[in-house]
Design a protein around this ligand. Structure first.
Ligand SMILES: *Cc1c(COP(=O)(O)O)cnc(C)c1O
Length: 725
C-alpha cells in the first residue's frame, strides 16, 4: 500500500526478507517461520521472548553477516520466503475460489482488543483472542479483511503475587520499537496523523500497522505530541473504569477507526463490530455518506445494510452505558453536521426497558445493524430474552438475532508435535488444510492409543517443567518466601491426574467454586492411591478488588499444607502460558454461573489437543458435549447463589469421584488408560471440525457477509457487463 514505509533493520541484502518475516505475525502460526529465527540464533530468540523484531534488534551484526553466507541457513531462508510469498497472495484461497474476487471488497473488522501473540499484548482476555483468531483465519481463507483497534502503550499487566497472595501489577510498557508493529507514514514520510473531532477540540491519532499474514490490522495510538495530556492518555489502558475516558476511547475507536480507514484510502464494503465498544463507527459512516449528499435516512439505511454486530455479553451490567448529558456534551456539534437532532440521536441508544439508564451501546448497535449475532446457541436464547423488547411486535422465534458459535484458530492452538508427528501421519498430510471437514477427523481412531498417550505424557511433562522453572527463577531472584514458592507448583507430580483452571478472575467464572466444600476437595486431591492436582492461573483486573480477593483465596489454598501441594497457582497467565496449559493438563475445568458464559474458548483449545473438559452446561458446551467427549452437569437453578454454588460444587465432586478419577487411573498392563484415551480421541474428533475458527469465519461469510456484500458484488458484475457490451 502506498504511503507506508518502515524503519528497516540493517540486515544483509541476501537475507533482507527476514525483516518482512519478523514483522508479519504469520510466523506465530507457522512453526517453520519460528524455526528459521531459532536457527539464526537460539539464545537471542529466547532472550527476546520469542519476538523476532526484538530479536533482530538484539542480534550482533556478525551473526546476521555469517548467516547471510551460510548455505545451510540460506537454503532454509529461501524455502521460507517462497512459502511466505505464496501465502501473501490474495488471488488464491478459499474466498477467491468460492465467494468473489477479493480485489475491490473490504471487510472492516473493529475490535477493542486483539490477542495475536504475546509479543503484542493488546488484549485482556477471551474477546481479544477471538478477534485475533478471527483475523488469522481471515488471512488463511483469503478474506479481504482489515482490522481496526487500539495500541495500549501502558496496557499490559505483568502479574506478581505477594507472599500473602495479593496480586500486585507491574505494568509492562509496550515498547513501540521492538513490538511487531510499523508506523504508518503519510505521503511526506511523516507519521500519519488522523484527526478526530471531539467536543470542538481535536484529537490526533497515529497509526501502527500489524501484519497478520495477508490481513492488515491498524492500531490507533493517541500518545501524540500534538494532543494535550488528557487526550494523550485515551489509549493508555484497555477498559478504563472512568466513564468519560471510556466514552472518549470508544469515540476514538469507532469514529476514529472509520477516519483512519479513509485516510488510508480503504473503503469498507461492510463493517463488522466485534462487541459494542466500536459501535460509534456507525455514526461516522452515516456522516460520511450524508457529506456526499445523501439524506440522513438513506445514509443510515445504507450503513445498516452493511453492518454486522456481534454481541458477547449475557450480563446486563457488561454493556456500556453512558449518561445522556455526557453524550450530548460530546456529540452535540458532531450531530448537527449531518442533520440529526439530539433527540433522534439519543433515542437510538435508549433501551426501552431502562429509558433513564443512559445511552446503551448494545441497544444502539442492535437497532442500527442489519445483521446481529450471538456467539453460541445458548447465548442466543439469553440474548433474545434480554432484548426481545426491542421488537415488541415479533414472536420470540422471529427476533432478528442469529448466532455463530465461536471457534479457535487451529494452527495457533494445536500442539505442534501433535499436528506434525501424529495428525500428519494418521489424518493425512492435508488435515490442516481441510480441518473443518468432519470426515478427516474420523481417522482419529487410527491413532494407536499408546502413541497418543505417550505424546500427552510428554506435553504434560513440558508443562510441569515450565511451571517449576518459573518457580525456580522466582526462588533464585529472592522474590517470595518458601511457602509462596511452594504454592507456585513445585510439588506437582507427573503421574497425578491434573486439572487445569485458567481464566480471568471475574466473579461469574467462579474460580473458587471447587473449594466450596474444602474438606471434600481435600479428600479428593490427597487420596493416597488416586490423587488429583489442580493448576490455577489467571489475572484480576487491576482496579477490581473483589476479583483480587478471589485470587487471594485460591492462592491461600495453594499455600495450605493440608492440600499436600496438590493445588498450584501459576503467575502471569498469558498466551504463552495458555499454550502450555491447554496442551499439557489432563482435564480442563469450567464452571461459570450459567448463563453468563456467552461461549468460552479456552475449553475448545484444550479439547482440540485431546484434553477433555468437565464443564457446566453453558456457552459452547451445550453444543459441544456429546456424552463421550468429557463431562457435563446442569447448573442448579435456585434464587440463592449460595445454594446454587453448593449444588454445582457437589456435581463436580461427584463427577470427579465417580467418573473422572476411576477412568483416569484405570490403566492396562502397558500403562495406558484405554478408556481415557478413548475420551481424548472423541474430544479431538468433535472439536477439530466444529469449534475451529475456520468453521466460524465461513459461517459469518454465509450468514452475514455474503448477503451484505451481495449488492457490491452484483453491482460490479453489472459494470463488467456494461464494459463488455
Ligand atoms: C483463550 C484465552 C482466554 C479466553 O478463555 P475463556 O475460556 O473464554 O475464558 C483468556 N486468556 C487467554 C490467555 C487465552 O488463551
Amino acid at each position: 500500500m502506498s504511503g507506508i514505509k518502515y524503519e528497516f533493520l540493517s540486515i544483509p541484502e541476501s537475507i533482507s526478507g527476514l525483516g518482512d518475516l519478523a514483522y508479519n505475525l504469520w510466523w506465530g502460526w507457522h512453526p517453520e517461520g519460528r524455526e528459521l529465527f531459532m536457527l539464526l540464533d537460539r539464545r537471542a530468540w529466547d532472550l527476546s521472548g520469542h519476538n523476532p523484531v526484538k530479536m533482530l534488534k538484539l542480534l550482533d551484526e556478525t551473526v546476521l553477516a555469517s548467516a547471510s553466507r551460510d548455505p545451510h541457513f540460506l537454503r532454509h531462508y529461501d524455502a521460507m520466503m517462497a512459502r511466505l510469498q505464496k501465502d501473501m497472495d490474495l488471488s488464491h484461497g478459499w474466498f477467491c475460489a468460492n465467494v468473489a474476487d477479493p480485489k475491490d471488497l473490504t471487510i472492516a473488522y473493529f475490535s477493542a482488543e486483539y490477542g495475536l501473540h504475546q509479543a503484542l499484548p493488546v488484549y485482556a482476555g477471551g474477546l481479544g483472542f477471538l478477534a485475533g483468531d478471527f483475523l488469522k483465519e481471515c488471512s488463511d481463507l483469503g478474506l479481504p479483511a482489515v482490522g481496526i483497534g487500539f495500541m495500549y502503550p501502558e496496557g499490559y499487566l505483568l502479574q506478581q503475587i505477594t507472599s500473602d497472595g495479593w496480586q500486585v501489577g507491574a505494568c509492562e510498557m509496550l515498547d513501540r520499537r521492538t513490538a511487531p508493529i510499523r508506523r504508518v507514514l503519510d505521503a511526506d514520510g511523516k507519521p500519519l496523523h488522523v484527526d478526530i473531532p471531539l467536543l470542538g477540540s481535536h484529537i490526533y491519532v497515529e497509526v501502527w500497522r500489524v501484519q497478520v499474514g495477508r490481513t492488515d490490522l491498524y492500531l490507533m495510538d493517541t500518545a501524540v505530541d500534538a494532543n494535550d495530556p488528557w487526550n494523550r492518555s485515551i489509549s493508555d489502558r484497555l477498559y478504563t473504569g472512568d466513564p468519560e475516558q471510556r466514552l472518549r476511547q470508544e469515540i476514538v475507536l469507532g469514529i476514529g477507526g472509520v477516519r483512519v480507514l479513509k485516510a488510508l484510502g480503504i473503503k469498507p464494503s461492510l463493517v463488522h463490530l466485534n462487541e459494542g465498544h466500536p459501535a460509534f463507527a456507525i455514526l461516522e459512516r452515516i456522516r460520511e455518506k450524508v457529506e456526499t449528499g445523501l439524506s440522513y435516512e438513506v445514509a443510515a439505511d445504507e450503513v445498516r445494510k452493511t453492518t454486522v454486530f456481534t454481541t458477547h455479553t449475557p450480563v446486563p451490567a457488561g454493556h456500556d452505558k453512558f449518561p445522556f448529558p455526557l453524550m450530548e456534551n460530546y456529540f452535540g456539534s458532531y450531530l448537527s453536521s449531518f442533520g440529526v437532532s439530539r433527540e433522534e440521536f439519543l433515542k437510538m441508544g435508549v433501551d426501552p426497558k431502562d429509558p433513564a439508564g443512559g445511552f446503551n451501546l448494545t441497544a444502539f448497535a442492535l437497532k442500527m445493524s442489519e445483521y446481529r449475532n450471538c456467539v453460541s446457541k445458548r447465548h442466543l436464547e439469553v440474548t433474545k430474552k434480554m432484548w426481545r423488547h426491542l421488537w415488541p411486535d415479533l414472536p420470540e422465534e422471529e427476533i432478528p438475532i442469529d448466532y455463530v458459535t465461536n471457534g479457535v484458530h487451529v494452527p495457533t492452538w494445536i500442539d505442534r508435535r501433535l499436528g506434525n508427528d501424529i495428525f500428519n501421519r494418521y489424518l493425512g498430510r492435508d488435515w490442516l488444510e481441510e480441518h473443518d471437514n468432519p470426515l478427516i477427523w474420523g481417522l482419529i481412531d487410527e491413532i494407536p492409543d499408546d502413541l497418543l498417550w505417550d505424546h500427552h505424557r510428554k506435553t504434560k511433562m513440558r508443562l510441569l517443567n515450565k511451571i517449576k522453572e518459573r518457580a525456580r527463577e522466582k526462588w533464585i531472584g529472592g522474590d517470595g518466601d518458601p511457602r509462596t514458592i511452594m504454592a507456585l507448583g513445585v510439588l506437582l507430580d507427573q503421574d497425578v491426574l491434573t486439572i487445569g483452571f485458567a481464566r480471568r478472575f471475574a466473579s461469574y467464572k467462579r474460580s473458587t467454586l471447587i473449594f466450596k466444600d474444602a474438606e471434600r476437595l481435600r479428600r479428593i486431591v490427597t487420596d493416597a492411591q488416586r490423587p488429583v492436582q489442580i493448576i490455577f492461573a489467571g489475572k484480576a483486573h487491576p482496579d477490581d478488588q473483589q476479583s483480587k480477593l478471589l485470587l487471594q483465596e485460591v492462592f491461600n489454598f495453594a499455600r495450605d499444607r493440608s492440600f499436600g501441594g496438590r493445588i498450584a497457582f501459576v503467575e502471569d497467565y498469558d498466551q504463552h502460558l495458555a499454550h502450555y496449559l491447554v496442551h499439557g493438563v489432563d482435564l480442563w475445568l469450567n464452571n461459570p454461573r450459567p448463563p453468563m458464559e456467552a461461549s468460552g474458548t479456552s475449553g475448545m483449545k484444550a479439547s482440540l489437543n485431546g484434553v477433555p473438559q468437565l464443564s457446566v452446561l453453558d456457552g459452547w458446551w451445550v453444543e459441544g458435549y456429546n456424552g463421550k467427549n468429557g463431562w457435563a452437569f446442569e447448573g442448579f437453578d435456585d434464587p440463592d447463589r449460595n445454594v446454587r454454588d453448593d449444588r454445582d460444587a457437589a456435581s463436580i465432586y461427584d463427577i470427579l469421584e465417580k467418573e473422572v478419577v476411576p477412568l483416569y487411573y484405570d490403566v492396562d498392563d502397558a500403562g495406558v488408560p484405554r478408556g481415557w484415551v478413548r475420551a481424548m480421541k472423541e474430544t479431538i474428533r468433535v472439536t477439530g471440525p466444529n469449534f475451529c475458527a475456520r468453521r466460524m469465519v465461513k459461517e459469518y461469510m454465509e450468514k452475514f457477509y455474503q448477503p451484505a456484500l451481495e449488492p457490491a458484488i452484483s453491482q460490479k458484475n453489472l459494470i463488467l457487463e456494461r464494459e463488455r457490451t
